[in-house]
Design a protein around this ligand. Structure first.
Ligand SMILES: C[S@@+](CC[C@H](N)C(=O)[O-])C[C@H]1O[C@@H](n2cnc3c(N)ncnc32)[C@H](O)[C@@H]1O
Length: 280
């Protein structure tokens, strides 16, 4: 998928204003918003904050560790790690509007000393070698065909021994997907792969796999609970992922959930440690 098609797919103008309006309609002054007030819109992945918490608990975090969030979106996971664990988090994302919005949300929460955001590609990150102690990548690999190059650059910016957590939508069974989905408008721009492909690419880049977790059941539970909540509600919540996904949000989500319930795809976690030397 070219960089342009990724940014065209994700870009939305006026995102900060839309989030501000949503918060205000709930009686929340954005500059007094809490990290939990923003969670429904700044965690763009299956399971939202609960999923970020699970991931964080597997990263062996500690205050002041330097963390890289690859494909950080609006920066929800990055701010959560900084706020909850005292880490110093750098986020990088290809979509300039997301980075602009990430900076605005960070100002509202007064977390500017703990997180910073950069526009750039995960395949060529603007960071020195061995700059980070930990890394995470959440629902990004579905946009990147060349997983080996992706993980090579992640390995480059991590220090030896650094733990990297991936939480992506991966393939569970063959068969066509119905598009659009939240990450792509069509099959030409979707690169959903089996966990084995990720593991091979990680190992080739100099990682050892520590743990893998199939999160399919968690996702089904998450979407069942969401459906039950929506049945009780009149319309969409003022602050939610539809602000990011636009008018086709119900179709994108509906198609993803259909493939998820059919068992074709599902979220999956892989934790890997950078070994002290790169394989030759
Ligand atoms: C579904 S969103 C997830 C955002 C964030 N990780 C989260 O969980 O809230 C996918 C993000 O990946 C970013 N992305 C896709 N391909 C990328 C690449 N090659 N380099 C950097 N970011 C990329 C997109 O711009 C988008 O913000």
């Amino acid at each position: 998928m070219s960089s342009d098609s990724v940014t065209t797919h994700y870009a939305r103008t006026g995102l900060s204003e839309a989030i501000r309006a949503g918060l205000e309609s709930r009686g929340i002054d954005p500059t007094r918003a809490t990290i939990d007030d923003l969670g429904p819109v700044d965690e763009f992945h299956v399971g939202g904050r609960a999923a970020s918490r699970e991931l964080a608990e597997h990263l062996d975090l500690a205050p002041d560790l330097a963390v890289i969030d690859v494909g950080c979106g609006l920066g929800g996971p990055a701010r959560f790690l900084a706020h909850e664990y005292g880490c110093r988090v750098s986020g990088i994302d290809l979509t300039p509007e997301y980075i602009d919005t990430a900076r605005t949300l960070t100002e509202w929460l007064e977390l500017g000393d703990a997180v910073d955001f950069h526009v750039g590609s995960a395949l060529e990150m603007p960071f020195d070698d061995a700059s980070f102690d930990r890394g995470l990548m959440v629902h990004v690999g579905m946009n990147i065909a060349d997983k080996r190059s992706l993980f090579q650059d992640v390995a480059r910016v991590l220090r030896p021994g650094g733990v990297f957590g991936v939480y992506d939508i991966m393939r569970r069974a063959e068969g066509p997907l119905t598009f659009p989905v939240p990450w792509a408008g069509g099959s030409e721009s979707s690169f959903v792969e089996k966990p084995e492909i990720y593991a091979e690419a990680l190992e080739a880049a100099g990682f050892e796999i520590i743990e893998e977790r199939d999160r399919h059941a968690f996702a089904i539970e998450f979407f069942d609970a969401r459906r039950a909540r929506q049945e009780q509600m009149d319309g969409l919540p003022p602050v939610g992922l539809h602000l990011l996904m636009g008018e086709s949000a119900p179709t994108k989500l509906g198609n993803m959930v259909k493939s998820l319930r059919a068992g074709a795809i599902g979220p999956y976690e892989i934790y890997a440690r950078k070994v002290s030397h790169q394989p030759s």
